[in-house]
Ligand binder design. Structure first.
Ligand code: AP5
Length: 220
């Protein structure tokens, strides 16, 4: 089993890179934000609770997300591993993940940290668009679709995420970067942290992530 955790501040590029890395490794992407947004859309009890926090740019409490996310990680399609996007977001979540994997004789093999300075992220989020059908990620400045406002992959319209308003983005940065820094330190301590410069163009970030993966997972 290969477990790769993708870390980064809101807008650092996790959702852009996770599917590429997952395809390379032949494992699924498990994204906590997608799981929570699906629950909000379906108006489940989890979604109702999560929406209260997400709409304010706050992290959903650990006791709301941890069990549900670990259950998702234990599903059959992740038997060979996963690229995890958006979890853990706190040291409590990181410890819970370590414990759950250890029970099955596994561990986080690699924590890739896409490092981007905070002041550049707000602008990135303002120009982000996602497709309505599947959440494919674009950017009208750095990664536009071929046809204006239409997803290249499934033809659905491109929309802005509800939590990408400037006020919510600033709240997300303020509330979420301090716990992210603690999670980064957690993985530095366990020896699996590999930072990557997220300021480079998307293709170069991909190349750096794949090179770190090859090196650290002994694929070369
Ligand atoms: P989540 O969906 O995980 O959002 P996030 O972490 O804030 O990350 P984003 O999806 O906003 O950004 P990203 O890093 O994926 O960047 P992207 O690739 O889109 O979580 C949403 C909410 O759910 C949270 O706020 C929280 O409330 C809650 N939540 C989720 N998980 C939780 C957990 N574990 N615990 C508690 N609460 C949780 O890229 C951004 C833009 O930049 C795009 O337009 C892209 O095209 C562009 N771009 C990407 N890379 C580059 C590049 N190298 N150069 C130029 N542009 C680039």
């Amino acid at each position: 089993m290969t477990v790769v955790v993708l870390l980064g501040a809101p807008g650092a590029g996790k959702g852009t890179q996770a599917p590429i890395l997952a395809e390379y490794l032949g494992v699924p992407v498990l994204a906590s934000g997608d799981l929570l947004r699906a629950a909000v859309t379906a108006r489940t009890p989890l979604g109702t609770t999560a929406d209260r926090y997400m709409s304010r740019g706050q992290l959903v409490p650990d006791d709301t997300i941890v069990d549900i996310f670990l259950e998702r990680l234990a599903a059959d399609d992740a038997a060979d591993g996963a690229v995890i996007d958006g979890f853990p977001r706190t040291v409590g979540q990181a410890v819970a993940l370590d414990r759950a994997l250890a029970k099955r004789g596994n561990r986080v093999d690699l924590a890739l940290y896409i490092d981007v300075p905070e002041d550049l992220l707000v602008a990135r989020m303002a120009s982000r668009r996602i497709c309505a059908a599947n959440g494919h990620v674009y950017n009208i400045a750095s990664n536009p679709p071929l046809e204006d406002s239409i997803c290249d992959l499934d033809g659905s319209p491109l929309i802005q995420r509800e939590d990408d308003s400037e006020a919510t983005v600033r709240a997300r940065m303020a509330q979420q970067i301090p716990p992210l820094n603690e999670v980064v330190e957690h993985y530095r301590t366990t020896g699996v942290l590999r930072p990557v410069d997220g300021l480079q163009p998307i293709e170069l970030v991909t190349a750096a992530l794949l090179a770190a993966t090859d090196l650290e997972l002994g694929r070369v």
